[in-house]
Ligand binder design. Sequence first.
Ligand SMILES: C[S@@+](CC[C@H](N)C(=O)[O-])C[C@H]1O[C@@H](n2cnc3c(N)ncnc32)[C@H](O)[C@@H]1O
Length: 360
Amino acid sequence: MDIFLITAPGLETLLAAEAREKGFKVTQTSPGGVTLRGDWPAVWRANLQLRGATRVLARLTSFRALYLSQLEKNVREVDWAAVLPRGADVTVDAVCHKSKIYHAGAAQERVASALAAHGHNADPAGFGLRVRIERDIVTLSLDTSGESLHRRGHKEAVNKAPLRETMAALFLRDAGFKGKEPLFDPMCGSGTFPMEGAEIARRFDPGRGRDFAFQSLPNFDPDAFEAMRSPERAAAFSCYGSDRDQGAIAMSRANAERAGLADVTAFEVKPVGEITPPCDTPGLVIANPPYGGRIGDSTPLLGLYAAFGARLKSAFPGWRAAVVTADAKLAQATGLPFRPAGPVVNHGGIKIRLWQTDPL
Ligand SMILES: C[S@@+](CC[C@H](N)C(=O)[O-])C[C@H]1O[C@@H](n2cnc3c(N)ncnc32)[C@H](O)[C@@H]1O
């Protein structure tokens, strides 16, 4: 069947590369996602192992419908007992595009009513059923993830403006990070980059500490799923984080501890103007400093970016720098020799990009 991986617009190509590298059969990259071809075990493995996917949808069926009555009839005819647990609640979400059925709310109601006839009532906490009507072709997909996959299951505490883990992982991929060099985030907040980096270094499955919606489906095989867990490896280098905010560092340490990463991460309270390389071997410095759009106006931040860039240029020979920011002016304020910026990525309405250098 087709399996659709949802990702933030702008990151599709990076996610497709991750999926290919992890042995999935990628058939298409389209705005907002990547399509794979696979079976249910591929759905389980995608949820468990892909760092960059926000959700994994399993395509159940596809049919043509010109009228709401046709839509309802076709949904009623699906063998729901084979798909959903008996009496399980569902939450239906419909979109219509260039179709005779143009009213998403009405489509949603009809699908919900067809499901109710099979004993599946509407509840926002239920299984997510996605209905896409495009040029009169209806596609029904089941959200197999449940909670968004950026929730790895280890973070109780997040600082202000956290970067989603799924995005952080794909930015690390864009920066060429494979877990075989040290990583340092000098404005680490709740520790997202060092934690993702350390997990990559130890080859931990991103989904190892959480549950997924598919585990409650009738076709789930827990033994087969257990056998999919990746063998861990020892990390050659650690991942480091610092931040001037003591609370952020306390959070990062607690988060890393919960994730089983305490031995491969180290965190320190330090203002960015005072940073020094955390180890002798050069690696990747990556940061998501504050940017105006989210925490304030960008002009007062020019000095922070300048201090960061100056520190990297004077004290980090051989390290590569990568900066996630929403404003080209801020990136330029670092004075770092950036290559052309990466794709524009939509992070909760703010357009961010990754700026990278070669080794300094
Ligand atoms: C956008 S947040 C980073 C979020 C982080 N990537 C995460 O996922 O939690 C920016 C961080 O920069 C830190 N920061 C701001 N100015 C700083 C400075 N001068 N020195 C060190 N850290 C600073 C803030 O405390 C904040 O935690």
